[in-house]
Write a protein that binds this ligand. Structure first.
Ligand SMILES: [Zn+2]
Length: 205
């Protein structure tokens, strides 16, 4: 949970669910921009980071952002305070289209008017926020979802199903998908997603 195996895929077929994803050729976003210019993808990653900083505060700026080879199927991964965006997918102009297909399949939350890169960044930063909130409150991700469920009178087990298919994978993914849902859809996100992110905000404030 929250390890490097926390990956997200565009569709069931592309989902990396291995328990440990090897991270190679890692480069910070800052270095990537310096070496190859601020590509559209880098702007999108920074945009998502900046928007989430407005929402969740300064803590977001302590997340390390990088691009790396994270295996053939993962779009991104998170581990130890670092978000790894896939070298392979992040620069692919078809990524937004791929995310829209995953949305149609119900596999990921709707991405609204956001790009695929923004959606994945907000998912991975959701792992970061969960990490920080659970550490601060000394609770598990399961407990965090359980607390959020009480806010809206829903059984903890029924939270994930209203967010996305991938949210059902485990509690870490429930929270990360909630983060992407709220980022992309705002007040139109699922009540479960809003409750989870409100719980995180109240712990981190
Ligand atoms: Zn994830």
């Amino acid at each position: 949970m929250g390890g490097r195996g926390s990956s997200s895929g565009t569709s069931k077929g592309m989902l990396g669910r291995s328990s440990s994803i090897s991270v190679k050729n890692e480069q910070t976003i800052v270095d990537a921009i310096a070496k190859s210019g601020a590509g559209l993808y880098a702007n999108q990653i920074m945009k998502a980071r900046d928007n989430m900083e407005k929402e969740y505060g300064n803590i977001i700026s302590s997340a390390n952002l990088s691009v790396a080879d994270v295996g053939s199927s993962a779009l991104g991964a998170y581990g130890q305070g670092t978000v790894y965006m896939s070298n392979k997918y992040v620069k692919n102009p078809n990524m937004t289209q791929a995310m829209k297909q995953a949305e149609k399949d119900g596999f990921h939350p709707a991405i609204g008017d956001k790009s695929g890169v923004e959606a994945v960044t907000s998912h991975e930063l959701g792992h970061f926020l969960a990490d920080k909130a659970c550490t601060k409150a000394k609770i598990s991700e399961r407990e965090l979802v359980s607390r959020a469920s009480k806010r809206i009178g829903v059984k903890p087990n029924n939270m994930a199903a209203t967010i996305s298919e991938y949210a059902r994978y485990n509690y870490a993914e429930t929270i990360a998908e909630a983060s992407a849902d709220v980022y992309c859809n705002g007040s139109k996100a699922s009540r479960a997603s809003i409750a989870i992110m409100s719980e995180i905000k109240s712990i981190l404030k």
